[in-house]
Design a protein around this ligand. Structure first.
Ligand SMILES: Nc1ncnc2c1ncn2[C@@H]1O[C@H](COP(=O)(O)OP(=O)(O)OP(=O)(O)O)[C@@H](O)[C@H]1O
Length: 87
């Protein structure tokens, strides 16, 4: 199997990681440094972890930040599918 084909196969272990990296590199998704968020306040809990409300840098609007208790391919697949369904 060629490298090209492997990279587009969702069964590949790094498929969803690579999808996220490529989406950030192509500027389809924004990447934010965690250290740039402030005024963190807990607003909820989901099956994957906590959700906090935060400000980014000096912007006045709020972001909802989701944290994840564990990080594996199944979780990443669900996350990528959630992001795709938002668009
Ligand atoms: N954008 C948001 N704005 C306000 N509150 C939010 C936001 N996202 C999540 N929350 C809060 O955090 C809680 C957990 O959200 P999260 O999306 O992690 O889990 P969920 O929607 O309950 O389902 P699941 O854990 O199965 O994905 C929500 O019930 C809600 O109270």
């Amino acid at each position: 199997m060629s490298k090209e084909t492997k990279e587009t196969d969702p069964k590949e272990p790094n498929y969803y990681n690579k999808w996220l990296e490529k989406s950030i590199a192509n500027e389809y998704l924004n990447y934010y440094e965690y250290s740039e968020f402030k005024n963190l306040e807990s607003i909820g809990n989901g099956s994957h972890g906590n959700v906090v409300r935060a400000n980014w840098k000096n912007a006045g609007n709020f972001f909802a930040l989701k944290t994840f208790k564990y990080y594996d391919n199944i979780m990443l697949k669900e996350l990528v599918n959630e992001v795709i369904n938002l668009n």
